[in-house]
Every structure is written in structure tokens, then in C-alpha cells.
Design a protein around this ligand. Structure first.
Ligand SMILES: Cc1cc2nc3c(=O)[nH]c(=O)nc-3n(C[C@H](O)[C@H](O)[C@H](O)COP(=O)(O)O)c2cc1C
Length: 347
């Protein structure tokens, strides 16, 4: 039990203050230009940032992406961020519920419904773990936290670098089909390496309606695991530190596949990034490490200030593109340059 808690706390320490960003790879949002509208005929007060997702109304297109659970520190972080999600009308994701599956005594570290009774709440499990669990076990995990949907994360790159990581990634599509058959809402999620158009097409073909691209350009989970790896595995991590599909590219590659919802997570650091993600086809932007850092350096007040800035920037982008609401923003004219244009040619 100590092992899993220690790993979770290592992750939190590294994400808060470690060297775990991509070094050269960016999200490529800098290669999206939204076209300025000098005559928007709008007032800031009439901008509508709300949207309907999974039967719930979000006040703003923001997801505090899944990070943690399984330790005392994780419990505090989950509660504090979930409370913000509830107050602000954002979606909130829990970290992998594997610790709670292995050690039911850890369940309280994932319990946020007391502070976030109505927020859109996403549970979380690794695909490899879900593949090995029974239907009842999975349903129990989702029900225990009161989640509206289950994120099933795909993270083969970080697992390969982790000494104790998984090595067999077969059975993903069959697992998604099985979970959908149970009536669960499934979000197929990466953890920082992005989803390609080919992956999007295959998961959509088995009925998956939601994805979280969690693309490259923000937190590199290969980097996190490289910091924790043994001397023998470190070179593998160094070689793959920059691996992944940039978030902007991944959103645009998933967009044509008719998902009901696309979360754009991975390196989102401003409301302008979220506006660009929506213009590329996302429903909402997801933020993990920057939200954690804001909370851990400034407490809940610091996190609220961080999200105020994100919302102000999003509203500015809406006004300056003449977009009264998110549907209009999704159609805002945009220019795509450089490497991002190359990625889009992949389809
Ligand atoms: C401390 C921390 C723990 C995380 N744990 C999980 C997890 O358990 N399950 C998961 O799907 N993603 C996990 N992630 C990945 C994030 O949800 C997100 O996909 C990734 O960090 C990219 O977003 P970012 O650049 O905003 O950090 C974690 C991220 C952080 C920072």
C-alpha cells in the first residue's frame, strides 16, 4: 500500500516543482491565428461561455483534468480542486482509481461528491487495468465516486519508461466495447502523448463518443517517469522525452470523427489556448499541471486567481473574434501555419 501512495506523492512532487515539461515540443497552438474582428458588435457582458456536456451544464468550457487519488495529499488536492469546479461550473477529473481498487481503504481519497455534488465528474482507470477487471468491479468503482463518466487512459509511452510499468497493451478496443455495453459513458484519454486520427477512427468505430486528447506540449509523462526510472531505463526515457502528437494537432485530427465531446488537455496555459482548441473542434480545454501548481503555490485563492485569468482570456478571445457563444467560436475563422498544417495533412 505504501508503494502506490509513494508513487502518487512522487508524481505530485515532480508535477509541482520538477523538470517534467517537454523541452522543444509545443502544443502548436502558437501556429493557430484566430482572425481579429475589429467590429464585433458585442458587449463582454453578453458573452455566453456555457455548454451542455454529458447531460450537464458547464458554465465555462474548462476541465480540471484527472491527476490524483490514493494518498492523504491527493485527498486534499482532489477536494480543493473539485470544490472550485463546483463553484465555477467546470468539469473535474479524478486520478487513476487503481489505488482504490487495490486498497478499498483509500476510497475516501477520491470522494469529492460532498464538495462537488453537481459538477460533471470523470472517474479514471488505465486501459490495461480495466481490461483485467470484471464488469462488477469497474461499475463499483464508478458508482463509489458518483462519476458521470469514466476516463480510460492510454499511456503506453510512460509505462514503457516506468520500471514497474505495463508492457502488454492488447485488448483496448474490446475493453471499450465491454464498458460501453455496461451503459458506462467512456472517455478515451491519453496522458500527454496525444491521440492520432487513426486512433480516433478506431475508437469511434466501436462506439466511443468522448475523447480527451491529452496531447504533447505540456506535461511530459515520459519525463516524469524518466526522473523516477532506474539507471538502466533512464536512457529510454531521455530518448522519448519529446514523444507525442502536439495537442492542437491531436484536437484537429480527432475533430472530423463526430465525437459528442473532445477535451483538449495537454499544455493548456491560457484562455486563448482554449479558444483556439474550440475553433479547432474541441468542446472544452483541460488543465492538469498548471492547476496543480496554482493550488500548491497559492492555495485555493491562488487557483481561483489562475482560473479567473483563464476565463478573462477566453472571453477576450470570444469578443475579439465576434463570437457571442461557443458555437460561434467553433466556427471562427482561423489560419493554420507551419508544422500544424503538416500534421493536418495526415488526416
Ligand atoms: C500530478 C499528475 C497526475 C496525473 N495522473 C493522471 C492519472 O492518474 N490518470 C490520467 O488519465 N492522467 C493523469 N495525469 C495526466 C493529466 O490528466 C493530463 O493528461 C496531462 O498531465 C497533460 O496535461 P497538462 O499539460 O495540463 O499537465 C496526471 C497529471 C498530473 C500533472
Amino acid at each position: 500500500m505504501a508503494d502506490i501512495s509513494r508513487r502518487k506523492d512522487d508524481h505530485l512532487d515532480l508535477a509541482t516543482s520538477g523538470d517534467v515539461g517537454f523541452k522543444q515540443t509545443t502544443t502548436l497552438f502558437e501556429q493557430v491565428r484566430l482572425v481579429h474582428d475589429a467590429l464585433p458588435e458585442l458587449s463582454v457582458s453578453e458573452l455566453d461561455t456555457s455548454l451542455e456536456l454529458m447531460g450537464k451544464r458547464l458554465r465555462a468550457p474548462i476541465l480540471i483534468a484527472g491527476m490524483t487519488g490514493g494518498s492523504d495529499r491527493a485527498e486534499r488536492i482532489n477536494k480543493e480542486l473539485a470544490q472550485i469546479a463546483e463553484e465555477r461550473g467546470y468539469a473535474f477529473g479524478l486520478g487513476s482509481q487503481r489505488a482504490m481498487h487495490k486498497h478499498p481503504g483509500k476510497s475516501a481519497t477520491y470522494a469529492v461528491r460532498d464538495v462537488a455534488p453537481t459538477a460533471l465528474l470523470l472517474g479514471n482507470l488505465g486501459m490495461v487495468q480495466a481490461a483485467q477487471m470484471s464488469n462488477d468491479e469497474i461499475k463499483r468503482l464508478v458508482d463509489a465516486v458518483g462519476a458521470d463518466a469514466l476516463c480510460v487512459h492510454l499511456n503506453p509511452a510512460m509505462e514503457l519508461v516506468q520500471d514497474e510499468g505495463d508492457r502488454d497493451f492488447r485488448g483496448g478496443l474490446a475493453t471499450f466495447e465491454r464498458l460501453l455495453g455496461l451503459g458506462l459513458r467512456v472517455v478515451v484519454k491519453e496522458t500527454g502523448c496525444g491521440l492520432s486520427g487513426h486512433v480516433a477512427e478506431r475508437v469511434r468505430a466501436v462506439g466511443v463518443e468522448y475523447v480527451d486528447v491529452s496531447g504533447a506540449g505540456g506535461t511530459s509523462w515520459v519525463a516524469v517517469e524518466t526522473q523516477r526510472a532506474s539507471a538502466e531505463r533512464r536512457p529510454l526515457g531521455e530518448a522519448f522525452w519529446e514523444w507525442g502528437i502536439p495537442t492542437a494537432a491531436s484536437v484537429a485530427l480527432c475533430a472530423p470523427h463526430a465525437f459528442r465531446g473532445i477535451f483538449a488537455t495537454g499544455g493548456i496555459s491560457s484562455g486563448l489556448d482554449i479558444a483556439k482548441a474550440i475553433a479547432l473542434g474541441a468542446s472544452a480545454g483541460g488543465i492538469a499541471r498548471k492547476a496543480l501548481q496554482a493550488l500548491e503555490t497559492g492555495g485555493q485563492a491562488g487557483a481561483l486567481t489562475f482560473f479567473d485569468r483563464i476565463e478573462t482570456e477566453l472571453r477576450a478571445a470570444m469578443l475579439l473574434t465576434g463570437s457571442r457563444n461557443l458555437k460561434a467560436l467553433a466556427k471562427a475563422p482561423r489560419l493554420i501555419g507551419g508544422e500544424l498544417a503538416q500534421w493536418l495533412k495526415l488526416g
